[in-house]
Design a protein. Sequence first.
Length: 114
Amino acid sequence: MMTRASLIAFCKTLSGVFEDYPFHDPNWTVMRHTDGRKTFAFIYEANGRVCLNLKCMPELAVLLRGAYRDVIPGYHMNKEHWNTVITGGDVPDAEVEKLIALSYDLTTPPKGRK
């Protein structure tokens, strides 16, 4: 099972990323691109489990919700483009990492524009 620390560490392996706490609430970690400061992951705890809000393509978002009990529409996010992944359940760690990388790719600023 991935912990908050291991999720943050994985996010930091991606290029040009930093950790932020803009809500002044230590429960919410926001992972952002250095260029443009766009967010690609919200990491927080709810009901004793670590959760992530991740951007996703709409068609894939729906498929993932059907495939995994622990993938639900994004908490406090646009439900079409964001999923919440609850760790420690039926989503394998390798799949969580793939979904983080996808969210990172979907939010990467275009070259030459910040």
